[in-house]
Design a protein around this ligand. Structure first.
Ligand code: ATP
Ligand code: MG
Length: 456
């Protein structure tokens, strides 16, 4: 792989103004400035760039006076955030890192004027290149360009030592291999396996962020298989590791691990909650499997699975709202729609699941079917269900107690005492209305309520 002047011209055209200005100002002050890391890698690959990182020979003290606004002295030592009109840029002084005693943080960080030293501390060769925009020089001391061309993740330096220094790199290697659809070089992969235990020292939040990036990749199963082969899955998602080789029943063509991964790959793009729900939808089968004749059943696995998924996602510190949604989808993924369903059955389904979750549940089902060769799905019934639900919703019939034509106050006016009895009656009225939407009028409901009140 060679980078031609025409390539550089193309990259230059993509540079945001703010980055160009910052680098110009640094050069005018006598410093060196390079684009480094992920943005250069992504430019070379023709992928969209998310954040533009600049490395410089100037120290933070030298940088401060050059810019009107320097918002925060970075999360990591020697990093400044410089906000410009178009974006905020991370500007990092060339630095070396001392030993890592805890597998997470370097004991000391020292500035250097030597770019090569800075590149040496970076994790993978494809992330350890620098581009001097003014002279079109590509600094590539570790053959990152060749690895990019070969589609290969390779550690800079001795891979075992690098993973022992900072175990987050274990997750970064696999997340980036998944996002880029790269392979991991053999020695780097062997080092992953040898140092996998180190991941236990990394916080749940940082593991979660890498896992999220992996799950949102176009073919996330690659990442989960890599985690499994690298012996990291038992640390990140032991519950999923336990599904490896777990046999299902005659309705399934794959073991539970394979089925979950195939379903996951069929998930729609860009929706983390949906992907987590699909990945974990059958996780409760492990606890609920029972032999029945020469086959297995998994009674109530959706209930056990929803509870188990909640614990998993809480441990990984996913936000509560996301956990709610994922566990709700898992809890309700076992519906069996048939054309024979009555309209009141359709209304009850919407009442139980919530209209806002219906498209997600159908997406879970479609992915579930795609993950199973023996059920290769006919989606016609699902489309029919969606259509019937749309009709129910369009008719504006009552689907929850809130939609009833009377409320608690009306019941109290009838002499029902304040307390749990009010809710009981309202729920009983809703059941009637779900059967017969015509009943949702004040007169009809008040009459029915009087009757219930009289009969206790
Ligand atoms: P992306 O932004 O796509 O997740 P990235 O490689 O840009 O990928 P960042 O976290 O933005 O990742 O880090 C920017 C650069 O900093 C990386 O390209 C790499 O050179 C370096 N880097 C980040 N994390 C580490 C680490 N744990 N160990 C060594 N170098 C790292
Ligand atoms: Mg980045």
């Amino acid at each position: 792989m060679d980078v031609s002047p025409a390539d550089f011209a193309r990259f230059r055209a993509q540079l945001p103004r703010g980055a160009v200005e910052i680098m110009r100002r640094i050069r005018e002050a006598g410093g060196e400035a390079y684009l480094v890391g992920g943005c250069l890698r992504d430019l070379l690959l023709g992928r969209p760039v998310t954040d533009w990182d600049i490395a410089t020979s100037l120290t933070p003290d030298q940088l401060h006076p050059l810019f009107r606004r320097v918002v925060s002295v970075g999360i990591r030592f020697g990093t400044l955030i410089i906000p410009r009109r178009d974006a905020a840029y991370e500007v990092t002084t060339f630095r070396t890192e001392g030993a890592y005693r805890d597998g997470r943080h370097p004991d000391e960080v020292a500035y250097t004027r030597d770019l090569r030293k800075d590149l040496e501390r970076r994790d993978f060769t494809i992330n350890a290149m620098a581009w001097d925009v003014a002279s079109d020089t590509l600094v590539d001391p570790f053959e990152g360009l060749a690895d990019l061309a070969a589609g290969r993740i390779r550690a800079v330096g001795d891979p075992r030592a690098r993973f022992r220094e900072d175990a987050l790199r274990l997750m970064r290697a696999i997340r980036q291999a998944t996002q880029l659809r790269f392979r991991i070089a053999p020695a780097t992969f062997a080092a992953l396996q040898a140092t996998a235990d180190g991941l236990a020292a990394i916080s749940a939040e940082r593991i979660r962020d890498e896992l999220t990036g992996l799950l949102l990749a176009p073919e996330p199963s690659r990442g989960l298989r890599l985690l499994e082969e690298a012996d990291l899955l038992r640390i990140v998602l032991p519950e999923l590791a336990a599904t490896r080789g777990f046999a299902q029943n005659r309705f399934h063509s794959h073991d539970l691990f394979d089925h979950s991964l195939r379903a996951l790959d069929a998930a729609p793009p860009g929706d983390l909650g949906l992907r987590l729900a699909i990945l974990l939808h059958d996780i409760g089968k492990v606890e609920t499997r029972e032999a029945r004749g020469d086959d297995y059943t998994f009674y109530a696995h959706q209930i056990v699975g929803a509870r188990k998924a909640r614990r998993i996602l809480q441990r990984l510190r996913y936000p509560n709202e996301l956990i709610q949604r994922v566990t709700h989808l898992i809890r309700h993924h076992m519906f069996y729609y048939e054309t024979e369903w009555t309209d009141s059955a359709v209304r009850r389904f919407v009442r139980t699941v919530g209209s806002e979750h219906i498209p997600d549940l159908i997406a879970v089902r479609i992915a579930d079917m795609a993950g199973n060769q023996r059920k290769r799905g006919d989606r016609t019934p699902l489309d029919e269900l969606q259509q019937r639900i749309d009709e129910v919703i369009a008719k504006d019939t009552a689907l929850s107690v809130r939609d009833l034509a009377i409320g608690g106050h009306d019941l109290m006016a009838l002499g029902v005492p304040e307390g749990p009895r009010i809710g009981e009656i309202l729920r009983a009225l809703l059941e009637r209305v779900l059967d017969d939407p015509e009943m949702n009028t004040r007169e009809a409901l008040l009459a029915a309520a009087r009757e219930m009140q009289a009969s206790g």
